[in-house]
Design a protein around this ligand. Structure first.
Ligand SMILES: *[C@@H]1O[C@H](CO)[C@@H](O)[C@H](O)[C@H]1NC(C)=O
Ligand SMILES: *[C@@H]1O[C@H](CO)[C@@H](O)[C@H](O)[C@H]1NC(C)=O
Ligand SMILES: *[C@@H]1O[C@H](CO)[C@@H](O)[C@H](O)[C@H]1NC(C)=O
Ligand SMILES: *[C@@H]1O[C@H](CO)[C@@H](O)[C@H](O)[C@H]1NC(C)=O
Ligand SMILES: *[C@@H]1O[C@H](CO)[C@@H](O)[C@H](O)[C@H]1NC(C)=O
Ligand SMILES: *[C@@H]1O[C@H](CO)[C@@H](O)[C@H](O)[C@H]1NC(C)=O
Length: 459
């Protein structure tokens, strides 16, 4: 009898969401934020601040482990949460985390992560620093670098990674050539750096950043990553420099569209409304709607098409809808003509997500088009739900701030260190043949000591 409740759990209850009530939306976002933060242990004694479980040995295929970049993205989503709701519960943890993981050169490249450091990974931390700049998040204490300087540090580091020796240009996925996947030139690394440059142009008004954003866009547009078919723009996930990027992998992800969309929206606004950028925004936006808001679910519910229905999204992929949610909301502000198209998608998706947050304790699954709890739970699912709820609270008081319109973070155009070919620090040393030989020699010594010890015991 005592086991009965376990065997027959009470019927799941979804989050109640009144989409016309800011208080109701904020409460839903607060529930998802709370559930998300139950996974964070970096503020406990003996744990490393700023990262999620598993971040020191990244494996997105393993449940319950999260790569370093996702923690960086999570801090940004919580800065957005604070701005949307005015709930400052997590602010000190956010600040501590961003500063702790900034690395020795103040550019989000900590040596612990070098063995899998991606250009995109650094960028998601930089986006969070930019979220802080654009919302006047409380400034760092003491001599810690400003939020803007941290993002400029990433920009300065990454420009020297631009590689024209293959594919006519572009960023490799990985920062260091010894890492697996270095050969790939992928959409999120290039689109992400484009967005970073566009936001720095918007924030500082410095045309150097805008020129760079144009250059990255132009390369992507000329590469196989962008493919136009009629009105549709496909932004494929990756190309391979081993074959000079002659073909793409034909996978589409929400975050690639969101990254490029928001970057274009910042460029549109920075240029005071260039028609070129407006039509690019419109093309990415309508392609986003066609691909990720399928008519079979009513046309207003965001869906990760490549993996969600089959429930085989990996840990990284489960968080992607969080970023598209945020960047759709920002686009609605920066390109006012898009707001009436975007708002119904944000509302429909939030109502869908509320229905899917029907696990025990209102934990959220990922299939927002269904009110039957899909059984999944984790940081990505909660971050996505929190971000789509919060996106519905965005209003004209939350327009990203620039130095011209009131952002107070201090600019440092020469922040960060330049990229060397090898990472800083002993921990980051790649596994080389010298190391392997060294390990072999060590084994021989251990054997001699063991045999010698045994001989001593016997005699
Ligand atoms: C860590 O942060 C959480 C909020 O996410 C809080 O509930 C908890 O008390 C904090 N733990 C410590 C040891 O500060
Ligand atoms: C790097 O890893 C070591 C060992 O786990 C830890 O003590 C240190 O705090 C980590 N630093 C960062 C920035 O993650
Ligand atoms: C590689 O691709 C670039 C850009 O498409 C092209 O300019 C270059 O000639 C190609 N190189 C080779 C060796 O085919
Ligand atoms: C946009 O307009 C502002 C105000 O007139 C001006 O200062 C700025 O230089 C313009 N930006 C661009 C990129 O033309
Ligand atoms: C840029 O964004 C602001 C804030 O929403 C908006 O008022 C302005 O009209 C936008 N600029 C253009 C050219 O649309
Ligand atoms: C603009 O940005 C570039 C690139 O970081 C920098 O070299 C230059 O000093 C900046 N100019 C100003 C006026 O800040």
């Amino acid at each position: 009898m005592l086991l009965m409740p376990l065997l027959f759990p009470a019927a799941a209850v979804a989050i109640t969401l009144d989409i016309s009530s800011p208080a109701s939306i904020a409460s839903a976002a607060g529930t998802a934020a709370y559930n998300m933060m139950t996974y964070y242990t970096g503020n406990q004694t003996g744990q490393v601040p700023g990262i999620l479980p598993g971040s020191l040995s990244c494996n997105p295929k393993a449940d319950g482990t999260y790569c370093w970049w996702e923690a960086g993205a999570m801090w940004g989503s919580l800065i957005n949460y604070w701005q949307y709701t005015n709930d400052s519960t997590y602010n000190s943890i956010i600040s501590e985390s961003l500063q702790f993981q900034r690395g020795p050169d103040n550019n989000f490249n900590p040596p612990n992560q070098s063995r899998s450091m991606g250009v995109d990974d650094m960028l998601f931390w930089a986006f969070s620093a930019l979220d802080a700049v654009e919302s006047n998040f409380p400034p760092p204490e003491g001599n810690d670098p400003s939020w803007l300087a941290l993002a400029q540090g990433v920009y300065n580091f990454q420009t020297s990674l631009w590689d024209t020796s293959t594919c006519g240009g572009g960023f490799h996925w990985q920062v260091y050539s010894f890492n697996a996947g270095y050969n790939l030139k992928i959409a999120i690394a290039n689109g992400g750096n484009f967005q970073l440059a566009a936001r720095l142009a918007y924030i500082t008004g410095n045309t150097t950043y805008a020129d760079w954003a144009n250059k990255v866009w132009n390369w992507m547009a000329s590469s196989q990553l962008f493919e136009t078919q009629g009105d549709m723009l496909y932004i494929w996930d990756s190309t391979d420099s081993n074959n000079n990027c002659t073909n793409a992998d034909n996978l589409v992800w929400t975050y690639n569209y969101g990254t490029v969309l928001a970057g274009a929206a910042y460029m549109y606004n920075y240029t005071n409304g260039s028609s070129t950028w407006e039509s690019r925004v419109q093309q990415v936006l309508s392609s986003t709607f066609s691909l990720f808001f399928p008519s079979e679910y009513g046309g207003n519910v965001m869906t990760e098409m490549e993996c969600e229905k089959q429930l085989n999204c990996d840990q990284d992929q489960k968080s992607f809808k969080a970023y598209l949610s945020r960047w759709l909301a920002v686009t609605a502000l920066l390109v006012p003509s898009t707001a009436s198209q975007i708002m119904p998608k944000l509302q429909g998706s939030a109502m869908g997500a509320a229905g899917q947050c029907s696990g025990g304790g209102n934990v959220c699954g990922e299939q927002w088009y269904s009110t039957t709890y899909d059984g999944l739970t984790g940081v990505g699912e909660e971050m996505s739900a929190m971000s789509i709820f919060g996106a519905n609270l965005i209003n004209s008081k939350m327009v990203p701030l620039s130095l011209r319109t009131g952002a107070t973070s201090k600019s440092d155009p020469s922040a960060g260190g330049s990229a060397g070919s090898s990472p800083p620090g002993e921990l980051a040393k790649p596994i080389t043949t010298a190391d392997r030989a060294g390990a072999g020699i060590l084994t021989v010594i251990v054997c001699i000591v063991t045999v010698g010890g045994a001989w001593w015991l016997i005699t």
